[in-house]
Design a protein around this ligand. Structure first.
Ligand SMILES: [Zn+2]
Length: 397
């Protein structure tokens, strides 16, 4: 239990899960003593699923053919999971948001970005559309987003219905059935979808692989992870490779190491040990395609773009904790399949942070994303010294 707990908390840990399982005093110290209002920040300034649907349809309609919107699949509760494609270049960038439904700035940033990419006819945007194919999956876990929580909405018995071979298996370790002040997974259970991925994209669930743990791959038991996996595979088939994969998250509130500066966002390009090293030997079958240096270059491209803004809060960027081994995350699984992978972890989750600083944080995500896509489009990313990544200041936790 204790072993699992560490990595569970480390990867974009919910402050709230932290609040209930780990750090009750530290967290409550940051929050005013709980009136219902204070514990239930409004999130109406973010985008809900209906608004996302309207916005994406509108962007497509006004894009003069630049943006193609498709329903890639459906959540367990039947909500559309969208895939928006812009550009026709041979370098492929895939970006997703809200795999954790209480981590909402990424969806707003991604919609803003799509709007620009689809409509702007300046030379810069024409070049981006010429050089890149950008595949965006905003709010890929819409049930979690509608519930403003981390997990999707799915019971273990629904999993067994879909995969009868799991009849005798124990529910997976990332199945939530707890109750706390903020949500009730007991009456409405769900899974952490960001532990349901597997580097073997053709994996079929086997009873002996349950309940599993955070250092083992996931199973593609949730329709949300299946949908993203299917889009990833189709893209691989069509373009040969998904060159870049970006996953947009939120974390708790921290400071940049050695300073009093509150972190605006943390970046990372390392989610599993390098298959080319002894430590990563269990992933050796992926050694040929894994490209840790490219992931570092992409992170530095995002970091540099944020440093260039010149406004101090945009400079409070840190490196997310390194040395992880999380093959069940989308980032870990896709990194092993050859995507240069980048994690964004914006400060503050909605229950503890509401929509404070929303405009600024959304802008920070957009800035980092444009840093990545522009550097890939003009190929300057390949000139970046990957070792600069290791100089990004750490996060003090
Ligand atoms: Zn997250």
């Amino acid at each position: 239990m204790v072993k699992k707990r560490k990595s569970f908390v480390l990867f974009c840990s919910s402050v709230l899960v932290g609040a209930s399982l780990l750090l009750p005093s530290a967290v409550s110290a940051n929050m005013s003593p709980g009136t219902p209002e204070e514990q239930n920040y409004s999130v109406s300034g973010f985008v809900d699923h209906d608004e996302l649907t309207q916005k994406l349809q509108q962007i497509e309609k006004n894009s003069q053919g630049n943006l193609e919107l498709d329903v890639a699949g459906y959540s367990n509760q039947g909500l559309e999971i969208y895939k928006a494609k812009v550009g026709h270049g041979d370098k492929v960038v895939m970006i997703q948001s809200e795999i954790h439904g209480n981590e909402k700035t990424g969806t707003v940033a991604l919609v803003n970005m799509l709007q620009q990419l689809a409509k702007n006819n300046s030379p810069k945007y024409k070049e981006l559309r010429e050089e890149l194919t950008i595949i965006a999956m905003p709010m890929m876990n819409p049930d979690a987003s509608e519930a403003n929580r981390r997990g999707n909405e799915m019971t273990w018995s629904e999993v067994v219905e879909d995969f009868p071979q799991l009849e005798e298996a124990s529910p997976s370790w990332n199945y939530y059935t707890y109750v706390n002040d903020y949500w009730d997974y007991k009456s409405n259970p769900g899974f952490d979808v960001n532990r349901d991925f597997n580097p073997d994209l053709d994996y079929e669930p086997q009873p002996e692989d349950f309940p599993g743990n955070s250092a083992s791959p996931g199973w593609f038991i949730t329709p949300e992870a299946q949908t993203v996996r299917d889009v990833y595979k189709e893209t691989q088939d069509e373009y040969g490779n998904v060159d870049v994969f970006v996953d947009l998250h939120h974390q708790g509130q921290y400071v940049v190491e050695g300073t009093d500066d509150e972190v605006t966002l943390s970046l990372s390009g390392e989610f599993v040990p390098d298959p080319n090293t002894e430590e990563g030997a269990k992933y050796s079958e992926y050694a040929d395609v894994y490209n840790g240096d490219f992931a570092k270059q992409l992170n530095v491209a995002a970091y540099d773009a944020l440093q260039d803004v010149g406004n101090s809060t945009f400079n409070h960027i840190s490196l997310y904790p390194q040395g992880l081994d999380l093959p069940g995350t989308a980032l870990g699984a896709f990194a092993l399949n050859g995507s240069g992978s980048v994690l964004f972890e914006v400060t503050g989750q909605t229950q503890s942070f509401g929509q404070k600083k929303k405009g600024q944080l959304v802008k920070a995500v957009e800035t980092g994303l444009f840093g990545i896509v522009e550097s890939v489009a003009d190929e300057s990313v390949y000139d970046i010294d990957p070792s600069v990544y290791d100089e990004i200041p750490a996060t003090e936790r």
